[in-house]
Structures are given as C-alpha cells and as structure tokens.
Design a protein around this ligand. Structure first.
Ligand code: AMP
Length: 207
C-alpha cells in the first residue's frame, strides 16, 4: 500500500510523512529530499534538476518517475511507502497507477496565507535533514540543530519569490490530483492547521 500525501508546499507533508513512517514502520519517500541530496552532491541527476528546483518549477517527469521506480523496487519499500511530493501532476499519477500498487491519497488542507508564513520561517539542518520552524518548532539554541549542532539554513526555494512560484505550480499542476483521487474513492482529507501532533492524530483517525 502506498500513501500519497497531497497539499500545498508547507502543508506539513514532510513532517506528517515522518510521523506516519515511524508509526506504521514503512519508509517515507520524498522526491524533493532525493533531488536535494543529488544537487548537494552535484551528481548528474542533481545538475539536471537544480535549475528547475531553484526556480520553484517542477523537475521533468522522466527524471522523477525514474527516481520513484527505483525507490519502489528497493527492498525498503516492500511493505509499501509514504510518498511525500509525488505524484505532482496527472502524468505522474497515471504512471503510479500503471505500477498497480494499491494506494490511498491524503490531502492535508492548510490555507495559503498559513503556508506562506510557515515556509518563510522554515529552517532545515543541512547535515542531518531535521526540520524546524522558527515560530512553531524552534531549535533549542540559536539557529543550530538540536540533533547534530550544525547551523540551520533556509532552503533556497523557501525564499518569498520562489514560494509564490511553487504555490502557482501547485495550483496549475498538482491541485487537480485531489479530484483525481476523490473520483476514484481513494481520497482522505484532513485539516492540517494545528500542531504537528494534533494533525498526526487526525491523520491516524482518518486512516
Ligand atoms: P518538495 O521538497 O517536495 O517541495 O520539492 C522541492 C522541489 O523538488 C520542487 O519544487 C520541484 O522542483 C522538485 N520536485 C520534487 N518532487 C517532484 C515531482 N514529483 N515532480 C517534479 N518535481 C519535483
């Protein structure tokens, strides 16, 4: 079974995906994380993806579908997985359907003004990937990671002008997937406003 997390950038897909992954004991697959790691290591994949990512645009379907196929064929996904950031458009959703794996989609609903606030105060640890928010989930000391002590950074695409582009891309390409999964009777919708714990509880009940 694959659980697809849908929602605006900043709706909490990464955080809820992590919590759900620990709870269910299945892997979280984040195409965004895989691409960022490739960019960081400057692999051929990273070099191809960087330009689109920096602008907040989608990376080509071929690249992303290749990544997902490879992940899903790995032994860590044998029990299924939680998808954070895939599918992002109709073509990707149809490709996932062709893989004939049972799937459910969860739409984490958060108003646009709220995600803009969240994303501009989001910080990440470049070393271990831990996620923070300067308002709702600040690190204990300065802007340093609680886990490994590294200085936290703002994601390149969490700058205001890129956030606006990402929201535009979401509305043009990804939002239609909510209806796509609804029509198939595979959609669950939850309110994504509140603390990570509160939203996680709603998600558990809804699943
Ligand atoms: P995310 O961390 O999910 O917000 O993804 C960060 C960036 O990676 C996006 O803005 C896209 O440029 C790229 N990306 C991640 N997942 C996909 C996908 N499924 N299709 C195309 N581009 C993606």
């Amino acid at each position: 079974m694959i659980i697809v997390l849908l929602g605006l950038p900043g709706a909490g897909k990464g955080t809820q995906g992590e919590l759900l992954s620990s709870k269910l004991g299945i892997k979280k697959v984040s195409t965004g994380d895989i691409l960022r790691e490739a960019v960081r290591k400057a692999t051929p994949l990273g070099l191809q993806a960087k330009e689109a990512m920096d602008k907040g645009e989608l990376v080509s379907d071929d690249i992303v579908i290749g990544i997902v196929k490879e992940e899903l064929s790995g032994k860590n996904c044998r029990k299924g997985c939680i998808m954070d950031g895939f599918p992002r458009n109709l073509q990707q959703a149809k490709e996932l359907e062709r893989m004939k794996i049972k799937c459910k989609a969860v739409h984490i609903k958060v108003p646009e003004e709220e995600v803009i606030k969240r994303l501009s105060s989001r910080r990440v640890c470049p070393n271990c990937g831990a996620l923070y928010n300067l308002i709702t989930n600040p690190p204990k000391k300065d802007e340093k990671c609680d886990i490994c002590g590294e200085n936290l950074i703002q994601r390149e695409d969490d700058r205001e002008e890129v956030i606006k582009e990402r929201i535009k891309v979401y509305k043009e390409s990804t939002e239609q997937l909510i209806n796509y999964y609804r029509r198939k009777g595979k959609l669950i919708e939850i309110n994504g406003v509140g603390s990570a714990k509160e939203v996680h509880r709603r998600l558990e009940v809804a699943l």
